[in-house]
Design a protein. Structure first.
Length: 328
């Protein structure tokens, strides 16, 4: 089986956009690939964060991923900072990465524009740490959304630079684009995102979902109940695609165009379908013991370390560093 790696920051509760755009895909890919999934806490340090909340957030992200169906029997789930190899390789890769390439990164430009008071070096070399995450495991595939393609391309370039200068160590990874496009937020203005507060939290119950959906932006052509609409331009129709059974998707699609179903009924149906689809995730999350999560993460780190330390030894040797006494 080919190897795959992806990462997610422990930056708070997941929403249904993350689920449809990333996590659901991660769950499906575990059967086709040898998958490694990493909670990237070191990446989360590149913006201002509350140190008192970090460890719980990391733990909750791991618990949520398990609740969503990441199966520790199939995949390796671990925390980035539990392996020092990630920061070690990131440093070494920093030394073959041109600054000019990092200045081009869209995410760096966006984040530094938004955090003018905290443009730290970590934010700048963030993509190099991401390259280290991927290259340490010689991952062939990296499932990501559109916004991360640039980082995967850079990873390929860093791999080429290192291989060219020191001799071949790294496999060049390929981005595996998630088919679901960006899920828009309930305000219809931008992508669903926690920072824009336009999200449906993944663990929200049916009542909370209904309350969030009620004022959600829909097709602006449907001012009155009798105005026909167009699901293709409707802000929330993609959520029906994500969560509703085919029969409901078809019904909403047809009846919206003929003004036979109103937005109120459409949203009621959607709310129930989201809640029903995610009920098992909520239940698994509620009953997930802290010790279980810690056990999974420690076994994950152990498995990951076997691969990572072998790569690091090769890298050290090729780069000409003096071997540690006792090391192979
Ligand atoms: P973020 O929360 O932005 O760090 O994203 C975590 C993962 O969820 C990434 O793989 C994103 O591509 C994906 N994601 C985030 N927001 C959305 C969205 N609105 N629609 C689809 N995928 C998303
Ligand atoms: N930068 C990615 C994001 O913001 C998260 C990430 C870190 C990642 N390391 C990774 C994704 C390695 C894929 C592979 O979503």
């Amino acid at each position: 089986m080919k190897r795959l790696l992806s990462g997610i920051q422990p930056s708070g509760e997941l929403h249904v956009g993350n689920y449809l755009g990333a996590i659901r895909n991660w769950v499906a890919l575990q059967d086709e690939y040898e998958a490694l999934y990493c909670v990237v806490d070191l990446h989360a340090m590149t913006v201002k964060y509350d140190p008192a909340a970090m460890s719980d957030r990391t733990h909750d992200m791991a618990a949520t991923l398990l609740a969503c169906g990441i199966d520790p029997e199939k995949s390796t789930l671990f925390v980035q900072s539990h392996l020092t190899e990630h920061s070690e390789l990131a440093w070494i890769l920093n030394c073959v990465t041109p600054m000019g390439e990092l200045y081009r990164m869209t995410q760096f430009k966006d984040k530094s524009a938004r955090n003018q008071q905290n443009i730290n070096v970590g934010l700048f070399t963030y993509p190099v740490l991401q390259a280290a995450d991927i290259l340490l495991y010689q991952a062939a595939a990296v499932p990501v959304g559109e916004d991360q393609v640039q980082h995967v391309e850079l990873t390929r370039e860093i791999a080429r630079k290192f291989n060219g200068r020191f001799g071949k160590v790294f496999t060049e990874p390929k981005a595996l684009l998630t088919k679901t496009g960006r899920i828009r937020g309930l305000d219809g203005q931008a992508k669903m995102s926690k920072s824009l507060n336009n999200q449906i939290p993944l663990l929200a119950d049916e009542e909370a979902i209904a309350k969030l959906l009620r004022p959600a932006f829909t097709d602006p052509a449907r001012l009155r109940r009798t105005d026909p609409g167009n699901p293709e331009v409707c802000n929330i129709f993609p959520l029906h695609h994500g969560f509703s059974p085919d029969a409901d998707v078809k019904r909403v699609d047809e009846e919206c165009r003929k003004a036979e179903i109103g937005c109120v009924e459409c949203k009621r149906l959607l709310g129930r379908n989201i809640s029903d689809s995610l009920a098992p995730v909520r239940e698994r999350y509620e009953s997930m013991g802290r010790d279980h999560v810690r056990d999974v993460l420690s076994q994950g780190a152990e498995r990951a370390r076997k691969i990572a330390s072998a790569t690091i030894e090769k890298v050290r040797e090729k780069a000409g560093l003096l071997g540690r006494k006792g090391a192979k």
